[in-house]
Design a protein. Structure first.
Length: 51
């Protein structure tokens, strides 16, 4: 895991696929992929789904 993005490390540690994490986060899987590849950053002040 050396050199992996922190988001990827956390997702793997939680045993989640990209699709599962994206669903829980309320974001499309391709968007999550761009976050993991450091192509873009998630917004910092986005409300959580259901809140």
């Amino acid at each position: 895991m050396a050199g992996e993005n922190v988001l990827i490390q956390a997702r793997h540690a939680a045993g989640l696929s990209q699709a599962a994490l994206a669903s829980r986060a309320g974001t499309p899987r391709p968007t999550l992929s761009t976050y993991e590849r450091d192509r873009t950053s998630p917004p910092l002040c986005r409300p959580l789904p259901g809140s």
